[in-house]
Design a binder for this molecule. Structure first.
Ligand SMILES: Nc1ncnc2c1ncn2[C@@H]1O[C@H](COP(=O)(O)OP(=O)(O)O)[C@@H](O)[C@H]1O
Ligand SMILES: [Mg+2]
Length: 227
């Protein structure tokens, strides 16, 4: 069974009298353990596509199934429960809590779920080690580089053991060398822990790191390639 199944998905945004067709007839299947880049120019529909996969937004038409669950008809509460159980998110702007240390930032999702302090700390330390940050766990975000902050946010995305990590332009705020390193860390985690990663980028220089490429243009998939 595919982890993500999109059948003839479309998404329209209504701006007053105008309708923006952000996605037009997307058919896409992503299996467990895949490492997928959604690549396309600005405005091609990358964020819209990832928001649908992340159950943050609903399609206008079509059928979307994630981890065996049909998204249509779920209540907001059911969707957020599904998100918490299944998906980790990484953002372009890192979205770390500035007053918390790296360790506390990574512990947070577990504490929200009700884990004990000791358990949250144990899991967070494991994830921070995986992203190579064991030495910086007590630093606040402002004391870390962009690449280090993004590694903290990857550790945070993983701490609830999601089956899927969604990252919308995770490298857009990073220089190209750091960007490559962040993608490499995601790829290592994908290979080691068999977590599915889907990330978007408009940076052509990162595409050699990718196992599968989904190219978007004007809300349509124009081509699919496998390495
Ligand atoms: N909330 C919104 N309201 C209206 N139009 C939107 C909204 N979000 C995105 N769009 C439009 O949908 C299209 C796809 O946008 P987006 O998914 O953000 O593309 P990308 O992430 O590839 O830059 C663009 O034309 C954009 O202007
Ligand atoms: Mg975008």
């Amino acid at each position: 069974m595919a982890l993500i199944e999109m059948k003839n998905i479309s998404k329209d945004y209504h701006l007053g009298e105008t309708v923006v067709h952000a996605l037009r007839g997307i058919d896409l299947q992503i299996d467990k353990k895949e490492f997928v880049a959604v690549w396309g120019p600005s405005g091609s529909g990358k964020t819209t596509l990832l928001n649908l996969i992340g159950a943050i937004d609903d399609p206008t038409n079509g059928e979307l199934t994630i981890a065996g669950k049909k998204m249509q008809g779920l209540t907001d509460d059911q969707k957020s429960e599904h998100r918490n159980e299944t998906i980790g998110f990484v953002f372009q702007g890192f979205n770390l809590v500035p007053v918390l240390s790296a360790l506390e930032n990574v512990m947070l999702p577990l504490q929200i779920k009700g884990a004990s302090l000791a358990e949250a700390k144990k899991q967070a330390l494991i994830r921070l080690e995986e992203v190579g940050l064991s030495d910086l766990i007590h630093n606040r975000p402002a004391k870390m580089s962009g690449g280090q902050q993004q590694r903290v946010s990857i550790a945070r995305a993983l701490v609830n053991n999601p089956s899927l990590v969604i990252a919308d332009e995770p490298t857009a705020n990073l220089d190209s060398e750091t960007a490559r390193m962040v993608i490499e860390i995601m790829r290592e985690l994908n290979e080691k822990d068999h977590i599915t990663f889907i990330f978007s980028t408009h940076d052509q220089r990162l595409l050699d790191k990718v196992k599968r490429l989904v190219r978007l243009e004007d809300g349509k998939i124009i081509n699919r390639e496998t390495e």
